[in-house]
Design a protein around this ligand. Structure first.
Ligand code: ATP
Length: 783
């Protein structure tokens, strides 16, 4: 009788009779003897589990199952073992290489193709037990007491009548089982491995795998013939263990798909680099070891999809990046996962495999909560990830709402701090600007006020109305110097502060100072404090209008600066200072006194400049408004240049009426307001000043007719003409006396107290233009 048959019968009988001890012994003997076979062939282990499950249903008794499983397990392993030898081994292996697991081979000295017959035998075991049960155990079941009286080891009460249902299941299972094992083919395996060796050739494979040669077999039964090859009992290649072989380069495992029995791949401790090889086709792989290499890059999320047999994945000490592949969650039999010392990031997938006992993800860049299933593992396996939280680590995870509110608080604090910083910066800028302005204005001496008679407060303002409507000053220009002269060299307030400054004098409006810019021309800055009665836009509009004026006898406005309380006007510096200085400077002036031709030239220039203002600013009652000798500057050629013109519209009304020359005209005394000829009057007085060399009291006092320059000249000329009326310092008069006298008469005509009788500017200009430096054939004797 075949051993298989004997085993089946014995196991069935023992199982049925509940002879626990014998059954245990029987099972134990077979289990121990065939354990290596079972270990090497996990599929058969799997089959065994199914088998016992069916048995469990069949017997419906845990107590029986315990012993019975041992028996049937042994039985099954025996059958499997016999099946593992499709043909005899080619030659006996060397005695020294024979592993102890070769021993059980003696249990089946003769190879047999068991397949159907073996499974037929196997199926007989439960069937035998079933029939036996049916025949013998049915009787005790008729009386419960009898069941209880049955002495040990016979305990039929534990053997309820089995349901017929498991039988078909069992048969089905047994029929399906044989198709699982593929036939071993060493020649094919050798071919595949040689192809694989070729892929490693450049990376040291030739040296390390030198005994992988064509014509030989990688396995002889379960004995390895080629370096690093793991073999099954049937001589098929079970795995590759190419560890510590100094292999390098990229690893490609595509060809290994043709090794049907391949279950293990280990390339630990080499120098493989690049991305992880595509393992997705090695569906039957149980163990994958790639630790301690130089693999890098992200692992595709679906890499392990369908690899349901995968039990061990070791990828430690590489440079893998990206997320932990989610397909590992689907590897239902996963036991060990080592990903430590990489650069994995993101969350740990929600591993739930019941057998998973090792998950080491230490020293990566992982974050978020550790899945509940891993909470009882060693905390060391999760250390080195700054943002991981939850058990087994001591850092508790905040709830999402807590995190949200924390993020919200951080955002609010950041925004508040940013706003505070912005506000602080704005305050600092404003303060700095104010300081600069203060610094600028303190560098300018305060204007010296000159007391003059006040106009009645109710006197109307005759300045032309300026309504807004001009284009608005852009915000960025506010608080800055605004340049109105075309082609002017640009600079800012800081440049002015840095420039070397010289006070030119203090006038009625404020002081003027000369600033020599570090890089640029010398400019004059005049400060006006009495210019705050006009709106910002009107002021800007007027300044823009002045900036558009251009005449050789006008001092162009270069730039201005607007502050509510104070304005700065910037003009070019005029080399020879003012006419007032030339006329009345006395010993302070290094220049010789102006001679007659120079004075005539100055008067002509002033007349032209004034006429230009009348033409360009017809809307102004007094286009100049403040014509006097200190506002007539002399350039290097002693050409007159008018300054401080057209400021009446932007001056404070009261101040203007007190200070400005046009407001000192006789008609202003009488009617309280200047007229179109008020500037002509100022011009007349200026001409008298130039001709006589006397400082007109008219500049100082208002309406004191009789004591002013015009009255004096008039009286002198009327009573007895004398040359004393002309400036005694004026040289070059010889031969020009007649022209001088003509000019004197023109001046008197312009300064007539009666505005109606007063000469028109155009008329005066025409007459003045006709004047020559020397008389035509006349020779006046100047006394
Ligand atoms: N652009 C300039 N170039 C050279 N000197 C100038 C310039 N502007 C003004 N000055 C001179 O600086 C001095 C002060 O002038 P400022 O205009 O401040 O006062 P003022 O003309 O004497 O009186 P007011 O304030 O009534 O006009 C004067 O001697 C004037 O001639």
């Amino acid at each position: 009788m075949n051993l298989n048959w004997l085993t089946v019968i014995l196991a069935s009988v023992l199982s049925y009779l509940q002879m626990d001890f014998l059954c245990l012994l029987f099972g134990h003997l077979f289990s121990t003897a065939l354990k290596p076979v079972a270990v090497q062939n996990p599929f058969k282990n799997e089959l065994l589990i199914k088998f016992t499950f069916v048995m469990r249903i069949y017997w419906k008794s845990d107590t029986i199952l315990q012993w019975d499983l041992s028996a049937f397990r042994s039985l099954y392993l025996l059958v499997s073992h016999a099946e593992a030898f499709p043909r005899p081994p080619p030659s006996p292996p060397p005695p020294s290489l024979l592993p102890p697991i070769a021993q059980p081979l003696s249990l089946s000295p003769k190879p047999c193709h068991l397949n159907l017959s073996s499974f037929a035998i196997l199926s007989i075991a439960p069937l035998t037990a079933y029939v036996a049960h049916h025949l013998f155990a049915a009787r005790p079941r008729s009386g419960a007491m009898a069941d209880q009286a049955t002495p040990w080891p016979l305990r039929p009460q534990l053997l309820p009548f089995p349901s017929p249902l498991p039988l078909p299941l069992l048969l089905l299972f047994l029929l399906l089982a044989p198709f699982q094992d593929a036939a071993a083919d060493p020649a094919r395996d050798a071919d595949v491995l040689l192809k694989f060796k070729e892929t490693l050739a450049s990376g040291g494979g030739d040296v390390a795998l030198h005994n992988w040669v064509a014509g030989s077999s990688p396995c002889r039964a379960n004995v390895t013939q080629w370096a690093g090859v793991l073999c099954n009992l049937d001589g098929s290649v079970r795995g590759l263990q190419l560890e510590n072989m100094s292999l390098s380069g990229a690893l490609t495992t595509d060809v290994l798909v043709d090794l049907p029995a391949l279950r293990t791949l280990s390339f630990k401790n080499n120098s493989f680099e690049g991305s992880i090889p595509d393992m997705s086709k090695l569906r039957a792989l149980r163990s994958l070891y790639l630790s301690a290499n130089e693999f890098s890059g992200a692992i595709p999320d679906a890499m392990f999809l369908g690899m349901q047999w995968l039990k061990k994945v070791h990828l430690s000490r590489n440079a893998f990046t990206g997320r932990i592949p989610g397909s590992l969650v689907g590897a239902a039999r996963l036991l060990e996962l080592r990903l430590d010392d990489n650069q994995f990031e993101g969350h740990i997938p929600d591993f739930r495999q019941s057998g998973l006992w090792l998950v080491n993800v230490s020293y990566n860049n992982l974050e978020g909560p550790i899945p509940h299933r891993l909470a009882k593992m060693s905390p060391n396996w999760f250390e080195g990830n700054a943002d991981l939280c939850g058990a087994p680590l001591s850092d508790a995870c905040g709830s999402p709402s807590t995190k949200l509110s924390a993020a919200l608080i951080i955002a609010i604090i950041s925004i508040t701090i940013s706003l505070l910083l912005v506000v602080a910066a704005l305050i600092l800028i404003a303060r700095r600007r104010k300081k600069e302005e203060e610094a600028l204005t303190t560098q300018l001496p305060s204007s010296k006020s000159i007391k003059i008679e006040h106009l009645p407060a109710d006197k109307p303002d005759h300045r032309p109305a300026h309504h807004g409507g001009g284009k608005k000053v852009p915000k960025e220009e506010q608080g800055k110097l605004i340049f109105v002269k075309e082609g002017a060299v640009k600079f800012d307030i800081q440049d002015l502060l840095r420039a070397s400054a010289e006070v030119l004098g203090s006038g009625n409006f404020g002081s003027s100072y000369k600033a020599i810019l570090l890089e640029g021309p010398a400019v004059v800055v005049k400060r006006f404090k009495e210019m705050n009665g006009v709106g910002r836009e009107d002021f800007h509009e007027h300044m823009r209008r002045l900036g558009r004026l251009s005449h050789p006898n006008l001092l162009p406005l270069v730039a201005y600066y607007y502050r509510k309380e104070e304005k700065l006007l910037v003009t070019d510096y005029v080399f020879n200072g003012s006419l007032a200085h030339m006329l009345h400077g006395g010993h302070g002036s290094n220049l010789p006194p102006l001679d007659w031709p120079a004075r005539l030239k100055i008067i002509k220039g002033v007349a032209r400049g004034l006429a230009y203002l009348y033409e360009e600013l017809p809307m102004l009652t007094v286009p100049h408004g403040h014509l006097k000798s200190s506002n007539v500057l002399l350039d290097s050629a002693f050409e007159p240049i008018l300054s401080d013109y057209a400021l009446v519209p932007v001056m404070n009304r009261t101040h203007a009426s007190q200070i400005m020359v046009a407001f000192k005209s006789p008609e202003c005394v009488q009617s309280g307001k200047p007229c179109k000829k008020s500037d002509v009057w100022s011009f007349g007085i200026l001409m008298l000043e130039i001709l006589t060399g006397k400082f007109p009291a008219n500049y100082l006092r208002q309406g004191r007719v009789g004591t002013d320059l015009a009255s004096w000249v008039n009286s002198v000329v009327r009573e007895e003409w004398t040359g004393e009326v002309f400036d005694s310092n004026m040289k070059g008069t010889q031969g020009g006396e007649g022209e001088m006298l003509k000019l004197l008469h023109i001046a008197l005509a312009c300064s007539d107290t009666d505005a109606d009788k007063r000469c028109e500017l155009g008329e005066a200009l025409a007459k003045i233009e006709d004047l020559k430096e020397y008389d035509d054939g006349h020779c006046l004797v100047v006394g």
